[in-house]
Design a protein around this ligand. Structure first.
Ligand code: ATP
Ligand code: MG
Length: 175
């Protein structure tokens, strides 16, 4: 139903064109979307280079630039207990009954709590993947076309590529 609120969770490291397309699709079927920024406490690692605040800015600026305003952004820290995770999410978000996910564990956990679980088709996954984009950044390859323009500008402004490349060094290198 178009009046529904739906939920999607990801780490958004970084927010890319695949995420943007999925959010557009969700908003065709629902009146608003709650976007959980997962593993919110992590940053400055190769898998999770950007802070929750930086990811919040990437997502909100990109969606607003596209004229999309029907979203709620909620940073969600890990709880490291699968049975407690759904209750943890519920304690932080507006109420929802429908979740979009491809992650088998997330699917299972919400299914067991009687949520309506929908899967999403992966779009242009060879390029639109956080892991692939982080790899390109590390290798100094082009990734500009894989993310919304606003995300490119934010990562450029915070020196995100240099951050990732610095993180890949070990302290042994400098000796
Ligand atoms: P990583 O490689 O770091 O896991 P990711 O691209 O999978 O990054 P996530 O933050 O893990 O991004 O994804 C959040 C949600 O968005 C997941 O449910 C994922 O399936 C979905 N998603 C990611 N990329 C795409 C895409 N290209 N098309 C459709 N959905 C996508
Ligand atoms: Mg993923």
């Amino acid at each position: 139903m178009k009046s529904d609120r739906a939920f999607i969770v990801g780490r958004f490291q970084p927010f890319h064109n695949g995420h943007l397309e999925v959010i557009r699709k969700i908003l065709k079927e629902n009146s608003s979307v709650i976007i959980g920024i997962g593993s919110a406490q992590y940053s400055h690692t190769l898998k999770d280079p950007f802070t929750a605040g930086e990811r919040h800015l990437m997502i909100s600026s990109s969606l607003e630039a596209e004229g999309i305003y029907e979203f709620y952004l909620v940073p969600i820290e890990d709880v490291n207990s699968n049975p407690l995770w759904v209750a943890h999410v519920e304690s932080l978000t507006p109420k929802f009954r429908k979740i979009y996910t491809n992650n088998p564990l997330v699917r299972r956990l919400f299914f067991e709590k009687n949520y309506e679980v929908r899967s999403m088709e992966l779009i242009n996954r060879t390029s639109w993947s956080g892991t692939t984009i982080r790899k390109k950044m590390l290798e100094g390859k082009g990734w500009k076309d894989d993310v919304p323009k606003t995300v490119f500008e934010i990562i450029d402004e915070i020196g995100g590529v240099k951050r990732l490349q610095d993180l890949s060094k070990t302290d042994e290198d400098s000796i």
